[in-house]
Design a protein. Structure first.
Length: 492
């Protein structure tokens, strides 16, 4: 295989969409696998909608995901003269022509063709064979024109071999002469994209199936410009549960990369999830390191059918696709605790929970506490919310825990302060002694041990469940445990 050069060409008209991110990831993986290059090109020709904020958001999103690029970012508007020059060349070499038909003329012809039930209702080629004199006269009369590509009038079909979908063809006679330059003189995306890919020596174009409507026309443009046609691989679309394409307009920020950053996702966990939306490793594995994914990634394993983003708005249990949450949780549970610590530090700083001693004399305690509590957590946010009681006193106990473990037992308002006094009197506050005192108190009060232990868990950790109760007590520390048990009445 000659040098692999792929590109990711986002339009800066909004945030980085997870569909766009998935495209960038697949291009990145393919480039890495083949020691190739990924070119980042910002397609900013839509001046009315392109913003610097969107450009910054796209770049920040890619960096957060860990997707680096080898060239760029280039900006499409910087090459406007090249796009115009290509259009002029196509006209001068007979591959395109000036079309003076008005919109009203075209609409009338289309309606007539539809009324006559003709098989083709597109452009009829009125201006395709105008003479030089006719063209000059229309230009002298200042009649506006577009530039159309002259589809070869030949038998057979034009096509390409798609790495995902196989051979794709369309008969020449079924393709209308399509517009490549607007009446204002600006080339369309269709042409700009091809000119840019030729200049950037793109070898493979990996993109969504929604771009397939352009591909046959772009193959014709490559051929007319005398350039090799890249290898195409069209990935399936990502749909919601109602089989509608996920979009910024319909689904909001749930489909934005920054949403996952703000909700405590580990960057590579999101990459891992997005790759699996429309690609399969060929077995039942779901978790991959970057090195593993680069090694096994192939275009041939991209699925032909659309993938489903399993999101239900206002679902009380899952704020996004459950599979995404599950994959993130697996990373939380398996990553080296030092790496988790660095990520949690960022969350704690943002939340006002960070203590500089966590990087100093309390670093070992900080990391061991993270290790203790992370088993049941799903996102980095959980350390500052569900796990807040381990790091601060301003935590809000879960309502379910209070209802089940405290409010059903009015006597805990007296029993837990009694336990606090026993703990306070211990000269050696360790797991064994803490467990012994709790069980002795339950026995003396003729209670099931669970009444005391579950009540204690709610008051001390704020949670209905969690790690071993006595491991939790040691992590939180004697002074905090005693103070919270004494103050149980405030929860009634």
């Amino acid at each position: 295989m000659s040098e692999v050069r792929v590109r990711f060409p986002p339009s800066p008209t909004g945030y980085l969409h997870i569909g766009g991110a998935r495209t960038a990831i697949c291009n990145w993986l393919f480039a890495k696998k083949h020691n190739g290059k990924l070119i980042l090109r910002i397609e900013d020709t839509d001046a009315d909608r392109s913003t610097q904020e969107s450009i910054d958001g796209i770049l920040d999103g890619l960096k957060w995901l860990g997707i680096d690029w080898d060239e760029g970012p280039y900006f499409q508007t910087e090459f406007a003269e090249e796009h115009v020059a290509a259009a002029h060349r196509l006209v001068s070499e007979g591959h395109a022509y000036k079309c003076f038909c008005t919109k009203e003329d075209l609409d009338a012809k289309r309606e007539a063709a539809m009324a006559a039930k003709k098989s083709q209702v597109g452009y009829d080629g009125t201006c395709r064979n105008l003479s030089a004199d006719e063209i000059a006269q229309k230009e002298n009369d200042h009649i506006p024109y577009v530039v159309r590509f002259k589809v070869p009038a030949r038998e057979g079909a034009v096509g390409y071999d798609d790495k995902v979908l196989g051979r794709i063809e369309q008969a020449y006679r079924e393709i209308d002469d399509f517009v490549i330059v607007r009446s204002n003189g600006k080339p369309l995306y269709l042409l700009c994209n091809v000119v840019d890919d030729i200049r950037d020596r793109i070898s493979h174009i990996i993109r969504g199936q929604d771009h397939m409507t352009n591909t046959i026309k772009q193959v014709l443009l490559y051929e007319a410009l005398g350039a090799p046609v890249p290898v195409f691989a069209h990935m399936p679309l990502t749909l919601d549960l109602k089989k509608a394409k996920i979009s910024k307009r319909s689904h909001g920020e749930i489909v934005a990369v920054h949403f996952y950053q703000q909700h405590g996702f580990i960057p590579w966990a999101l990459v891992n999830f997005l790759v699996l939306l429309g690609w399969s490793p060929g077995d039942d594995r779901e978790i991959f390191s970057p090195e593993e994914l680069i090694e096994i990634f192939t275009l041939e394993r991209i699925n032909k059918s659309n993938s489903i983003f399993n999101f239900q708005k206002d679902d009380p249990k899952f704020f996004t696709d459950p599979k995404a949450i599950n994959i993130n949780a697996q990373y939380l549970q398996k990553m080296p605790i030092e790496e988790i610590g660095a990520l949690v530090k960022e969350e704690f700083i943002a939340d006002g929970l960070w203590d500089e001693s966590y990087d100093g004399d309390k670093k070992q305690w900080f990391l061991s506490t993270l290790d203790l509590v992370r088993e049941r957590f799903h996102t980095l946010k959980d350390f500052a919310t569900t796990g807040r009681a381990y790091f601060a006193d301003d935590f809000e106990p879960e309502k379910r825990a209070v209802d089940k473990n405290l409010l059903k037992h009015e006597g805990l308002k007296e029993w837990l302060p009694m336990l606090a006094a026993r703990y306070e009197a211990l000269t050696d506050f360790n797991q064994e002694n803490a467990e012994t005192e709790a069980k002795k108190l339950a026995e003396e009060l003729e209670l099931k041990p669970g009444v005391i232990i579950n009540g204690m868990r709610t008051v001390v950790t704020g949670c209905l469940a969690g790690p071993s109760m006595y491991d939790a007590l040691m992590a939180i520390g004697k002074d905090r445990v005693v103070a919270r048990l004494k103050d149980v009445a405030k929860l009634y």
